[in-house]
Write a protein that binds this ligand. Structure first.
Ligand SMILES: [Cu+2]
Length: 66
């Protein structure tokens, strides 16, 4: 599992945007977003850096947590 620290998740629409960005990269990815902590947990065959870039590309600064 990859965990990203994501900034700027303000509402449910942001959660949807992030989820769709990851699923556009990997249609089989499982995405779980915790809005209170900004932690986005992803089960995916894509590597962490690719996932991080996909989230940043839709406007959310993102760091790999672990
Ligand atoms: Cu929002």
């Amino acid at each position: 599992m990859v965990v990203l620290d994501v900034s700027g998740i303000g509402c449910g629409s942001c959660v949807g945007k992030i989820t769709r960005a990851i699923q556009a990269l990997d249609g089989n990815a499982t995405v779980s977003v915790d809005r209170s902590t900004g932690k986005v947990s992803v089960e995916s065959s894509e590597n962490a850096e690719q996932l991080r870039k996909a989230v940043e590309a839709v406007g959310f600064p993102s760091k790999i947590s672990h």
